[in-house]
Design a protein around this ligand. Sequence first.
Ligand code: PLP
Length: 375
Amino acid sequence: MPVALFDTRTPLAPLREELLAALTGVLDDARYILGPNVAAFEEEFASYVGASHAIGVANGTDAITIALRAMGVGPGDEVIVPSFTFYASAEAIPPTGAVPVFCDIDLETFCVTPDTVRAALTPRTKAVIAVHLFGNIAPVAEIEALGVPVLEDAAQAAGSVSSAGRPGALGTAATFSFFPSKNLGAFGDGGAITTSDDAVADRVRMLRFHGSRDKVTYEHIGYNSRLDELQAAILRVQLPHLDAWADGRRAAGRHYAAAGLAELVELPVAVAGCDPAWHLYVIRHDHADELADALAAAGIGQKAYYRTPLHHQAPLVAYDRGLALPATEEAARTHLAIPMSPVLSEQQADEVTDAIRAGLAEIGVAAGASARDGG
Ligand SMILES: Cc1ncc(COP(=O)(O)O)c(C=O)c1O
């Protein structure tokens, strides 16, 4: 049986009536921009993550640019960002006037560490973007202990938890994406910024609405970047289910372990103290591309999301300072996302694992010859 890379349909099926009622409610109310659903969702989401404020914006990319500007980042500043992440994590920096400085990751967790950030620090560093990649949670407090404010890019980490709290409440501010395939997904684009800093929240609210508080006088060159009322209504129906879905993702990770996947490939490792709601389940293997071809032939969803790290992407090459990023290069070469969803069953995990075992045999790689031992 084919297994899709992700499944956004099954978890939403039981919520169909409630979702339709929420959409009808918006239609009946006829308020489509910054209405009662956005206000209520902002309150509910802030309370969920444990921050004082959540501010809805148009998407997770705008969220980063706006949050950085609200944190005071501007021309002449540097922002440290991992090179192994989605393009938007770095793309969102130059519009603030600052420049991205790429840092390395930890190969096992795919997240930045205090050491990889320290290597990229300069007197111009104004902020660090700690990307909670694949649902893991970067060690925010340890990075802030270096003396730089952290913006959490939590686009992939809604539903994850750590001993320090939830993503969204760990740094100076945090950004979320509600792109449909995310752990908490809208029916289109959407995003949010969370913070417990009142001044940052105030600037974010202004920036998302053209730099205005009252819609008639303008204090900044801002953005038209708002979470739509319809999307907020949809997100409000889903938010109460996020923790159960996160548990489903954790269970899927356990199904893979029980199926013996660790004997075949390198599994993702949780950052110490973190219980990830795996957004993507990303394995590593020296023959990742051949394995991907074998899985595709067997009907198993797979994708190498970041084969080219950001410091090699054409529009960002100019920002590369030549800092060695060995774990980034290695992760980029060897990673492969395999099926993950809140409803991935034991049987599906067995099927995927069997297909990986068969694929490795087909390409002539012995079991156990994974990325770790360079086989
Ligand atoms: C790590 C990361 N940062 C930022 C974004 C940007 O979010 P959006 O697509 O909502 O602009 C995404 C997702 O797309 C992401 O995965």
